[in-house]
Design a protein around this ligand. Structure first.
Ligand SMILES: Cc1ncc(COP(=O)(O)O)c(C=O)c1O
Length: 410
C-alpha cells in the first residue's frame, strides 16, 4: 500500500490502475456527521435516552471486542452471510488487523502451515511473514483453490510431521486474481476442510460486488465450524473508518493451554496491539448500516453498480486496444471477471518494479506487478489492473497509454 501510494505521489498526472481503493465519489457521498447522529440517536432509543452521554462515550476508550457487534450480527443474518451473534464478533482496525490477529490466535506451533491461494492478497502474506508463520502456495483456478493441490499439500505436510492449519481464501472476486467460486466448488472446499480439519479463513472484502439475488452462500454458511469469516467496511463504507471484523465462534486452545472462545481471544490480543477500534469510526459505520436497513448488500449496492460498470468499461477498452490488433495476437491474455476491482494481464516478459517505473515515467500509466501477490514465480510475467479508482474516460485513456507502453516494451 505504501509502495503504491509513493508511486502515485511521484506521478500525480499518471492514470493509475494500481490502487484497490474505493472510488473517491463514493467516499465523498458519505455524510459522516449524519451517520454519527443516526447511530447516537439509535443508542439513545435502545438504551438510556441521553444522547450527549452516548456521544461522550464514543470519545472514550471502548471495549476491545467492539461496540457495533450486535448491529453487525443482525446485518450478517439479514444478508444471509452467517447465523451470527454479536458475542462471536470482534471489530478490528480493518480486515488487515483481523487477518493479523486471527493468524496470531490460531497458529500456536511452528509445525503449523498456512496455505494461501496463490496469487493471494499481499496483506495475508505480509501478516504471516511478520508472525513467522510458514506459508505454502495452493494453485488458484477460475473456481478458487485447486482441491487436488490442497489435498496433496495436506498429505505432504503430514509426511513431514506438519499440518496445514488454515487456508486463506477469498471466494468472491479475489484480490488480485478476480476469481469467483461457484456453489459446487464452495461445497467441495468446505467438505475437504471439514474432513481434514483445516480452518478456512474466508475473506469477504469483495462479497458485495455480487448481486444479492445470485450470490452463492458464504463458506461460513456452508461450513460454520470450519470457517472464520473476515471482512471490511473499507470498500462499501470508507477506508478511513478502519472498521473490519472477524466472526469466529470456534473455541481454540490459548498459549496457556485453555480452550477459550476465539472471539474473546482475539479481543485479548487486540487489547495488546491497538486497544480498540476507534469508537467514532465504528459509530459512523453503525450509522451507515442503520441507514441501509442493517444490510451490507444494500449498503454496497451503489458501489456494486459503479464498479461493475467500470469493470465492463475496462474489459471493453482492453478488447479495443489489444483484442483485434495482430501486433498483440498471442502476446497478451487477460481474464474477464464479472465483479470485484481487478483484471490480470499475462505478458511474455518479466513484470517488475523497473518496468513499472518505465510505464510511469514514459507512458503515464500505473499498475501493480502481480509478483507482489505471489509465493512463487508463477505470476512473474503478469500485472494487475484495478478499475476502482477511475472514471470511464480515464479508463479509456489509461488503456490507450497501456497500448503505447506494450508497443514499446514487448
Ligand atoms: C482482499 C482484501 N482483504 C483485506 C483488505 C484490507 O482491507 P482493510 O482496509 O479493511 O484493512 C483488502 C484491501 O484492499 C483486500 O483487498
Amino acid at each position: 500500500m505504501n509502495f503504491l501510494n509513493e508511486v502515485m505521489r511521484r506521478h500525480p498526472k499518471a492514470i493509475s490502475f494500481a490502487p484497490g481503493a474505493p472510488h473517491p465519489d463514493l467516499i465523498g457521498e458519505v455524510d459522516v456527521v449524519h451517520c454519527l447522529n443516526t447511530y447516537i440517536r439509535h443508542q439513545a432509543q435502545v438504551h438510556a435516552p441521553d444522547e450527549r452521554k452516548h456521544l461522550l462515550e464514543h470519545l472514550e476508550y471502548g471495549p476491545a471486542q467492539g461496540i457495533i457487534n450486535e448491529l453487525l450480527a443482525e446485518a450478517f443474518r439479514n444478508d444471509g452471510m452467517a447465523q451470527a451473534e454479536g458475542r462471536n464478533i470482534t471489530v478490528t482496525n480493518g480486515a488487515q488487523e483481523a487477518l493479523f490477529l486471527t493468524l496470531r490466535a490460531i497458529f500456536t506451533s511452528p509445525n503449523q502451515v498456512l496455505a494461501v491461494t496463490n496469487p493471494g492478497y499481499a496483506g495475508i502474506l505480509g501478516a504471516a511473514r511478520m508472525l513467522d508463520i510458514r506459508t505454502t502456495p495452493v494453485a488458484d483456478t477460475e473456481n478458487g483453490p485447486s482441491l487436488d493441490d490442497l489435498g496433496a499439500l495436506i498429505g505432504q505436510a503430514r509426511s513431514q510431521n506438519r499440518s496445514i492449519r488454515a487456508l486463506y481464501v477469498a471466494p468472491d472476486f479475489a484480490n488480485p486474481s478476480g476469481n469467483f467460486m461457484d456453489l459446487a466448488s464452495r461445497k467441495s472446499l468446505c467438505r475437504l476442510a471439514q474432513d481434514e480439519g483445516v480452518i478456512l479463513l474466508e475473506d469477504t472484502a469483495y462479497g458485495f460486488s455480487s448481486p444479492a439475488s445470485t450470490r452463492p452462500p458464504t463458506l461460513k454458511q456452508i461450513a460454520p465450524a470450519s470457517t472464520i469469516l473476515i471482512g471490511t467496511f473499507s470498500k462499501v463504507g470508507f477506508p478511513g473508518a478502519r472498521v473490519g471484523f472477524v466472526l469466529a465462534e470456534q473455541r481454540v486452545q490459548s498459549v496457556a493451554g485453555e480452550f477459550l472462545p476465539l472471539a474473546s481471544q482475539l479481543a485479548t490480543l487486540k487489547s495488546m496491539i491497538s486497544i480498540n477500534t476507534s469508537p467514532l469510526g465504528q459509530a459512523v459505520i453503525g450509522g451507515l448500516l442503520l441507514e441501509h436497513g442493517l444490510s451490507i448488500s444494500a449498503l454496497g449496492e451503489r458501489h456494486r453498480v459503479l464498479y461493475q460498470s467500470n469493470l465492463k468499461c475496462l474489459l471493453l477498452a482492453l478488447d479495443e486496444q489489444f483484442g483485434s490488433s495482430r501486433k498483440f495476437a498471442g502476446m497478451l491474455e487477460w481474464n474477464r471477471p464479472e465483479g470485484g476491482f481487478f483484471v490480470r494481464i499475462r505478458t511474455p516478459m518479466a513484470v517488475d518494479h523497473s518496468l513499472l517505473a518505465r510505464s510511469a515515467d514514459e507512458f503515464g500509466v500505473l499498475w501493480t506487478p502481480m509478483r507482489f501477490f505471489s509465493l512463487d514465480q508463477s505470476c512473474d510475467n503478469e500485472l494487475r489492473l484495478s478499475c476502482s479508482y477511475l472514471d470511464h474516460a480515464q479508463i479509456e485513456e489509461g488503456a490507450s497509454r497501456l497500448r503505447d507502453f506494450f508497443e514499446a516494451t514487448l
